[in-house]
Write a protein that binds this ligand. Structure first.
Ligand SMILES: Cc1ncc(COP(=O)(O)O)c(C=O)c1O
Length: 237
């Protein structure tokens, strides 16, 4: 362990020495001792296109030479607009805008704040969010609140109000999934009907709870969710 670094999700006293990575190409990590190993989790599911992809490296290089970043309030530029158009074209109907944030956790914070502010602007303030059991949405305080687990226990006093329903985890050949999905949808409906003014919105990791253990749900379930509520719906992609 380097004496000047806290490594994430790592017990500094008991964890083994981290592997020293020299470089990476595609799926391969090249270690300082010349071993090559496969990066099976895409470095925490971030390097989806492989490491040091020449096309991505070239695009970053070209863009950095042209305009590396600029204040985005009162200013705009072509790459941001083009990306927003491409993203919106792939989203389900009803999602028409993109807000750029720096990482997964702060993207979740933005979504929480937007939905909270929506109700505040309507003069109908609400403060309880709905989430799925086993969810992970990041390590900032809002994200921890909607993904409470062993990792967030030390911070419980600082987290806000969230109610959870089970996640309809499924697998090939699962014969009870439709029944379980119906049960979860009716749990949600009941909550929304009994307390129509309580909930700000609900959040889901569409299709897979990654950190929760690669737990898959059916696309049909994600598609049905928005229709079962009048609260704000947002997916943590
Ligand atoms: C579904 C989901 N949301 C949010 C996050 C947090 O992202 P970040 O680590 O970029 O803050 C993660 C990270 O794994 C995630 O899997």
């Amino acid at each position: 362990m380097h004496p000047h670094i806290w490594y994430p999700y790592t017990q500094a006293k008991t964890a083994p020495e981290p592997l020293r990575v020299k470089s990476a190409q595609g799926v391969w990590l090249e270690l300082a001792d010349d071993r090559k190993i496969i990066d099976c989790i895409s470095s925490w599911w971030v390097n989806l296109h492989g490491h040091a992809h020449p096309k991505i490296a070239e695009a970053i290089y070209q863009q950095a030479k042209t305009l590396e970043q600029v204040i985005f309030a009162g200013f705009t530029h072509d790459p941001a607009e083009q990306l927003a158009e491409k993203l919106v074209s792939k989203l389900p109907a009803g999602f028409s805008r993109v807000f750029y944030s720096d990482n997964g956790s702060t993207a979740v914070e933005v979504a929480l704040k937007m939905s909270y502010q929506y109700w505040a602007n309507l003069q109908q303030p609400r403060s309880t969010f709905l989430a799925f059991e086993g969810a992970y949405h990041g390590d900032t305080f809002g994200a921890m609140s909607i993904g409470q687990s062993l990792f967030t226990q030390a911070f419980t006093d600082l987290l806000f109000n969230v109610e959870s329903v089970p996640f309809p985890e499924t697998y090939i050949g699962d014969r009870t999934v439709v029944e379980r999905e119906q049960h979860i949808l009716s749990l949600l409906e009941n909550k929304l009907q009994q307390n129509p003014d309580r909930y700000v919105g609900f959040i889901i990791e569409p299709l897979v709870q990654g950190a929760g253990g690669m737990r898959m749900c059916r696309p049909e379930f994600c598609k049905t969710l928005p229709s079962c509520s009048k609260v704000q719906y947002f997916g943590d992609f």
